[in-house]
Design a binder for this molecule. Sequence first.
Ligand SMILES: Nc1ncnc2c1ncn2[C@@H]1O[C@H](COP(=O)(O)OP(=O)(O)OP(=O)(O)O)[C@@H](O)[C@H]1O
Ligand SMILES: O=P(O)(O)OC[C@H]1O[C@](O)(CO)[C@@H](O)[C@@H]1O
Ligand SMILES: [Mg+2]
Length: 496
Amino acid sequence: MSSSSSVFGFYATADCLRMVWLNDSAASSDYSKLEIVTGPPDFRFLLDDIPHFIDYLPASLKAYSNPLHNHSAYSEIEQYFVDVDDVVAQNIIVEKKTQRGRYFRLAGPRQKVVFEPDEVHACIVTCGGLCPGLNTVIREIVWGLHHMYGVHKIVGIEGGYKGFYTKNTIQLTPKFVNNIHKRGGTILGTSRGGHSTSKIVDSIQEKGINQIYILGGDGTQKGAAAIYEEIRKRGLKVSIVGIPKTIDNDIPVIDKSFGFDTAVQEAQRAIDAAHVEAESNENGIGLVKLMGRNSGFIAMHASLASRDVDCCLIPESPFYLEGKGGLFEYIEHCLEEQGHMVIVIAEGAGQELISKNTNQLDASGNKLHEDVGSWISQQINDYFKEKRKLPINLKYIDPTYMIRAVPSIASDNIFCTLLAHSAIHGAMAGYTGFTVGPVNGKHAYIPFHQITERQNKVEITDRMWARLLSSTNQPTFLKSGQVGVDQNNNTSQETS
Ligand SMILES: Nc1ncnc2c1ncn2[C@@H]1O[C@H](COP(=O)(O)OP(=O)(O)OP(=O)(O)O)[C@@H](O)[C@H]1O
Ligand SMILES: O=P(O)(O)OC[C@H]1O[C@](O)(CO)[C@@H](O)[C@@H]1O
Ligand SMILES: [Mg+2]
C-alpha cells in the first residue's frame, strides 16, 4: 500500500482553538486532562480533547495519506473522512439559555495517519469479567487493521494484564479469528489483578508493540490510563486505546456498553422460567438474581423488557422488608391479588441489610458481595412460613454467569464492529490515551479520566426508573422527602 509522507501538520488546523492544560503544575505526571476552549465566555465551546503523539513526540512526526484513500469501499466518498473539527456534543438536550457545551472528538478515519502499515505492531488484551461480544471486538480489530489499513503484525496477549509479562503472545490473523464471534468468552482469556504498570510497559518496549487495544471495564480503563502515562513519560510512539466492556453498563458518558443488550436478552429466559414456576404453584414466588455489582441496569432493563416482573430491586434504590411500604407487605398484596409474583434482584442490591460484613475483595480490589439472592430467599421463607403462617412456594433462579457467557446477539455484533473500527481509526491517526464509545448515538473519542472518575448508576430520579415503577407497581421504598436527589451528580441525559 503506497503512502505519501509529509511533515505532520494537520493538528494546526484547529487554529482558532486555545489549548489549556488543566494540570500545568503536574505536567510531568498527569497529561490526561486536556481541554480546548474557544469563543466568548458566555458562549464557551469546550472540547474535552484526547492526547495525540504530536503533544509529546518531536515535531518530526511524519504524517501519511490514509490508506483508505486507496480502498475500494472508502475511496469514492469524501465525507467518510472525519474533519479535524468534527465533534460530538455530550448533552444534546439544551435549554434556550444554555450557552456552553462540552464536546468530544468524533470517531472515524482521518485524512492522514501517522503509521505506515508495515510499521504497526498491534496487540489486543482483554481484562476483567467476561462480556458477550469480546470475541467480536477482537475479530473486528484484526479484520479492520488487516483489510482497511494493511496491517499484518497483530498479536494477542493472553490472560489479561499479567499476560504482558508472564506469557508469550499469540499471532492473530483474519483466518485465525474468522469465526470467533460465534463463541462466548474471550479467546485471549482474561483475569483480575496483576496490573504492574512498569512490567507491562517494559514488555511493550521489548516486544516492539506500538498500538495497544485494551478491552475491559472501569478497572481496566484505569489500568490503561496508567499505561498511557508511563508510555508518555518514556516518550514512546505507542498508542493506547481503551474499548469499554461491562455488562453492568456502569461506564459513564457512553450511551451503553457492548454486550449489555445480549445480557438483558439472555436474562429473559431466567425471568420467563421464574414466571412459569410462580404461576404454576400456589402462592408461587419466582426470584431471579441478575448481575450488577454497583449498578442495577441489567435488572431494570430485563424487568422492563419482560413485563412479567412485579418487583425489581437494585443497589441504587434501598429497600426494607417489614412494615408499611416494605417488601413483605407488597409480596402479600401480590399473592392476594394475583396468586403469584416475580422478583428480580441485582446482585448489589440490599447489601446494607445483610448483617455479615466480611469485606472480602477480589484480585482487582473490587468488593465481593454477599449472595443477596440466597439471603432474601431465606428472609421471605422465614417471614411467610414462620411469622405469617402463609404457605408460599419460592423458586430461586441464579443465572448469574449464564447471561454473560453467551455469544453476542446481532445488534451487539454491529456495535462491536463500530467500536473496533473507531479504535483503529483513532490509533492510526496518532491519537492515544483515549477510549471509544457512542455518545448520543455518535461514536466519539473520550479521554480516560471522563470514564474512570465515576460510575454510571441508575438514576432513580430519571423517567426510566419511573417507567419501571409504573410497570411493576412496586412500592418506591422511599420515605416522603427522599425523592429528588441526583445520587451521582450524573450528567447523563434521559434518552427517551
Ligand atoms: N486503579 C487501577 N489501576 C491500574 N490497574 C487497575 C486498576 N483497577 C483495576 N486495574 C486492573 O484492571 C484489570 C481489570 O480490573 P477489574 O477486575 O476491576 O475489572 P473491570 O475492568 O472493572 O471489568 P468488570 O466490568 O468485569 O469489573 C485488572 O487486571 C486490574 O488489576
Ligand atoms: O465472578 P467474577 O468473574 O469476578 O465476576 C463477577 C462480576 O463481574 C461483573 O459481571 C462485571 O463487573 C459483575 O456484575 C460481577 O459482580
Ligand atoms: Mg469493574
